[in-house]
Design a protein around this ligand. Structure first.
Ligand code: GLN
Length: 570
């Protein structure tokens, strides 16, 4: 019999249910079990593709091109679960499917209702994720907070599944908060109420993960167990991590959460092999050295807008036994002051970029801050500083080269200047017709062929790679020959040769731009080759400057973003 683990949240949002669910997944895999993970988002958007990073953080892209919630990125970093459109369920998708069926007459004239039609649709979507015969456990994270109106149909579907499967096959894990008053006194009442709310919808939690800044003592856990009908062994202290979210699986394991859940579900398994996670944590806590990466982009003030990029940088650090300090640089700050002479150097560009060991320009949409990114790329090229451009960051390299090396002062992307005389980046011909509808986005996994003797080929150690895309504009083939002949090397192409996938600065220590998003496939236990290569180049750059082993900082651990202890979003 297949098993189900439901993960819900109470008291308030942003408790880190995603990290909790992912860590449970990691522990089950460490015991040799085959896990699938699914995120339920109780909003009416059909997917996260149209949501602003300001509203919703990063849009995480799966192999099949689904634009999903960033929690799927956590699932991908903590577990081996294959991720596709099916792993992200929203209210919008569910209602769209039910209404389509109704329009097609498939309910045979019956009245279509939330129960059973909407709940049946939810149940069938949940079960579809774990349908392969070799899957042992499906972990279902229900977004939002129990008590929200929006989650009611999903909780009802969970209740029904727990009833149908039996509690020995379907368990509930509730993540709640144990807040401290200003004097430090811990309060259990919010958790008691949160559990009551879950019980009111017919779900008795089997385990509780109690979020708090510090570990909770046994007395506190026993008290909560007593009030909530949860066995003491199932009451786990999910305290804030000191260094990295990758400590969380170990924290749960030390308190026996994985063995408790397995006992509840009658699953026999081997002991958890947590060696890979321990090694990851060791390298984050005690790296051999530290380097600084300057990330130049938009949305820099938002912690979650480039979540996968931050994590992949840390993974690149882990691969090099190097701590990575991320310096977020708002690209607007690198632009000339308004009213300043055109082309005048921003006064503080040297100060800002000199102190970092490498520069990364991540993906992005919209015109704001573009000129600052072009300046950063030029500065990196001229100063021999490692440069890594992702998607928009590669397009910036092309614009910068065309303007500075070829002298085409007006070179631009039609995304930012639709009337530019020199559109080095533009829509493909077959996209231009649909321009008024926003064009079509290239989404999901596809193949690139890497040129022999190129940096990218060396970094991947392979000729054929498959990475995920999310962009609309392309390197224009009209200008390809001129740009390449003047010294920007084109090192990666689609298999038919029609689209440019990567560009490099020959003769530069490490300058590489890619049209795809390698950050989505990076894992702490299997870092992305390209991030590994970039951080390696940053280490070399730091050493060249004679500052590589900054002794004073050598033992400083990676800093955690404030509030990031268990992840920052529901
Ligand atoms: N805005 C650019 C495009 O659509 C780059 C997209 C991105 O960086 N993800 O092509």
């Amino acid at each position: 019999m297949k098993k189900l683990i439901f993960v819900t949240g109470g008291v308030c949002s942003s408790l880190g249910k995603g990290i909790a669910a992912s860590s449970i997944g990691a522990l089950m895999e460490a015991r040799g079990l085959n896990v699938r993970m699914v995120k339920i988002d109780p909003y009416l958007n059909v997917d996260a593709g149209t949501m602003s990073p300001y509203q919703h953080g990063e849009v995480y892209v799966t192999d099949d091109g689904a634009e999903t919630d960033l929690d799927l990125g956590n699932y991908g970093r903590f577990t081996n679960t294959p991720l596709s459109r099916a792993n992200s369920i929203t209210t919008g998708q569910v209602y769209q499917a039910v209404i389509n069926k109704e329009r097609e007459g498939r309910f045979l004239g019956r009245t279509v209702q939330v129960i059973p039609h909407v709940t049946d649709e939810i149940k069938s979507r949940i079960l579809a994720v774990g349908k392969d015969p070799d899957v042992d456990i499906t972990i279902i994270e229900i977004g939002g907070t129990v008590g929200d109106m929006e989650s009611i149909p999903f909780l009802e579907a969970a209740r029904q599944l727990i009833h149908e499967y039996g509690r020995q096959n379907a368990v509930s894990v509730h993540v709640t908060l144990v807040p401290a008053l200003s004097g430090g006194e811990l309060k259990t009442k919010p958790t008691q109420h949160a559990v009551k709310e879950l019980q009111e919808v017919g779900i008795q939690p089997d385990a509780l993960i109690l979020r708090a800044s510090a570990p909770l003592d046994e007395g506190m856990r026993r008290k909560i167990a007593g009030f909530t009908n949860v066995e003491f062994e199932g009451v786990v202290s999910g305290y804030d991590v000191t260094h990295t979210i990758y400590q969380v699986p170990q924290i749960y394991n030390e308190q026996g959460l994985d063995s408790f859940l397995l006992k509840k579900m009658n699953i026999e398994s081997r002991h958890a092999d947590l060696r890979p996670w321990k090694e990851v944590v060791r390298k984050v806590v005690e790296p051999k050295r530290r380097i600084k990466v300057g990330v130049v982009g938009k949305y820099m003030e938002l912690t979650d807008s480039y979540k996968s990029v931050w994590e992949a940088l840390y993974h690149g650090g882990i691969a090099n036994d190097t701590g990575v300090d991320i310096i977020k640089i708002d690209s607007g700050k690198l632009e000339p002051a308004p009213g300043g002479a055109a082309g005048a150097e921003s006064p503080d560009i040297d100060a800002l970029l000199d102190e970092v060991d490498g520069i990364l320009v991540p993906g992005g949409f919209g015109e704001r801050g573009i000129e600052g990114m072009v300046r950063a790329a030029r500065w990196a090229r001229e100063h021999g500083k490692p440069y890594f451009g992702i998607c928009l960051g590669m397009q910036i390299m092309v614009i910068e080269h065309a303007r500075d090396v070829l002298g085409w002062a007006n070179a631009h992307s039609t995304e930012f200047d639709p009337d530019t005389a020199c559109p080095v980046i533009g829509l493909l011909e077959d996209q231009v017709d649909v321009r008024n509808y926003g064009g079509t986005m290239r989404l999901g996994k596809s193949e690139s062929i890497l040129k022999e003797a190129s940096l990218i080929r060396q970094v991947y150690g392979a000729e054929h790679i498959w990475e995920r895309h999310r962009h609309r504009y392309e390197f224009s083939n009209t200008y390809r020959a001129d740009i390449e002949n003047s010294g920007l090397s084109i090192s990666g192409l689609t298999p038919d040769g029609s689209l440019v996938e990567s560009c490099e600065w020959p003769g530069h220590p490490w300058g590489l731009g890619v049209q795809f998003h390698p950050e989505f496939k990076s894992r702490p236990t299997a870092p992305s080759p390209i991030f590994k290569g970039f951080i390696g180049a940053c280490v070399a750059s730091a050493e060249r400057r004679g500052e590589g082993m900054r002794d004073a900082g050598a033992k400083r651990p990676n800093k955690q973003e404030p509030g990031e202890g268990h992840g920052t979003r529901p």
